[in-house]
Design a protein around this ligand. Structure first.
Ligand SMILES: *Cc1c(COP(=O)(O)O)cnc(C)c1O
Length: 403
């Protein structure tokens, strides 16, 4: 067998078994990945790909990073789980570290995923609403906050939401980025506004300049809590620790997940000021939340970003990637959105899935996040040369696509 037909045969076998064993909610992914190193991953037949999606903005240190491997294996062989009946040091160090990076007084809850971080935020908001006589919540159209029922009720995308309603909370949706619509929707009756600083799943869509500041002002004026979902945007993705630091604002509640654990499951909800002390003992919990292995992983991620200057790298490589893609002279490229290593190549036709397939055949993993947008979110350790190799290959990739 040639390498290529072996590749297809092995993958086809695993794909058939995937289809037979799993619920159909994901469809069957096209490639089985077996290992990774740095910004590269390999499939079963040994084909190498440059990973420009990083497990959906999760593998911030890339693959097989020694700092992450060392932290996780050391912790798993020391003590892997304590439950919240007992304190463990990594969870305390992590909470302290996050608060230090945020630079504002607050308190942390640790969970295991993004949607759980948002469930915590939502329960804080419900408690706040009850205590202050407020009701409905405002969120953005096309926003994504997760798949559990609370987070799904905040998610403004009909295709993934509507068949599961009615929802347990009253959420009103406004067009994202429209400050006037937000001003009209948020009154003294509103308990909170949930926003992403840039909408990730909607296609890496940043708001107009000043929008987040206006959201902060509207919440200050009405007493609604500002909840920022930074599950995708934080931990260096935009070239800052947190995307809201670009805007110079502090939210009341912040949620984190994806890149924080570098591939280990973790989520965090931070309440600032009074929002940090809304829960009383017994109000919320998680068996695995704050587990020492994920906490140690997150500490290794934060240490490595700091030590290796990965925020500056995200800014520099992000500019290189955005500039490189924007400069490709091809009728299918209409522009580039986003910031740092969190970008979307915007297309002039709904052919993102074809671009994703052609890129994969050329050895690059990208993500058709919307029919007309290809998401690029490489690990923060990606190099200039690797970015250059993708930019150089892009014209040939696009030449394979038929609009
Ligand atoms: C991925 C994502 C979530 C959900 O996170 P899960 O870990 O998949 O539950 C929520 N909000 C945003 C902005 C996300 O990108």
């Amino acid at each position: 067998m040639t390498t290529n037909s072996l590749n297809q045969a092995v993958s086809a076998d695993l794909r058939e078994r995937h289809a037979a064993a799993f619920m159909p909610n994901y469809g069957v992914p096209p490639v089985a990945l077996v290992r990774g190193e740095g910004a590269y991953v390999w499939d079963q037949a040994g084909t190498r790909y440059l990973d420009l999606i990083a497990g959906i903005a999760v593998s911030s240190l890339g693959h097989g990073h020694p700092a992450l491997a060392e932290a996780v294996s050391r912790q798993v062989s020391t003590i892997a789980h304590t439950s919240n009946l007992f304190v463990n040091e990594p969870e305390v160090l992590l909470a302290e570290r996050l608060l230090g990076l945020l630079g504002a007084p607050g308190k942390v809850f640790l969970a295991n995923s993004g949607t759980e971080a948002n469930e915590c935020a939502l329960k804080l908001v419900l408690k706040y609403g009850r205590a202050t006589g407020r009701g409905y919540i405002v969120a953005a159209e096309n926003g994504f906050h997760g798949r559990t029922l609370g987070a799904l009720s905040l998610t403004g995308k009909a295709s993934i939401r509507d068949q599961f309603g009615p929802f347990p909370v009253d959420v009103r949706f406004v067009p994202y980025g429209d400050a006037d619509a937000l001003k009209q929707a948020v009154t003294g009756e509103c308990s909170a506004v949930f926003l992403e600083p840039t909408q990730g799943e909607a296609g890496v869509v940043p708001p107009p300049a000043g929008y987040m500041r206006t959201a902060r002002e509207i919440c200050d004026a009405t007493g609604a809590l500002l909840v920022l979902d930074e599950i995708q945007s934080a931990i260096g993705r935009t070239g800052h620790w947190f995307a809201h630091q670009h805007d110079g604002i502090v939210p009341d509640v912040l949620t984190l997940a994806k890149g924080l654990g570098g591939g280990m499951p973790i989520g965090a909800c931070v309440g600032f000021g009074d929002a940090g002390t809304l829960f009383a003992k017994g109000d919320h919990g998680s068996t695995f939340g704050g587990n020492p292995v994920s906490s140690a992983a997150a500490l290794a991620v934060l240490d490595t970003i700091d030590r290796d200057g990965l925020l500056a790298r995200a800014r520099a490589c992000g500019e290189l990637l955005a500039g490189g893609v924007a400069a490709v002279d091809h009728p299918l490229i209409s522009g580039v959105r986003g910031r740092g290593l969190w970008l979307a190549a915007v297309l002039t036709a709904p052919v993102a899935a074809q671009v994703q397939d052609a890129a994969q055949r050329a050895g690059f993993l990208v993500n058709a996040v919307q029919p007309d947008a290809v998401r690029l979110a490489p690990p923060l350790i990606v190099t200039e040369d690797q970015i250059g190799s993708f930019v150089a290959a892009l014209p040939a990739i696009l030449a394979e696509v038929t609009p």
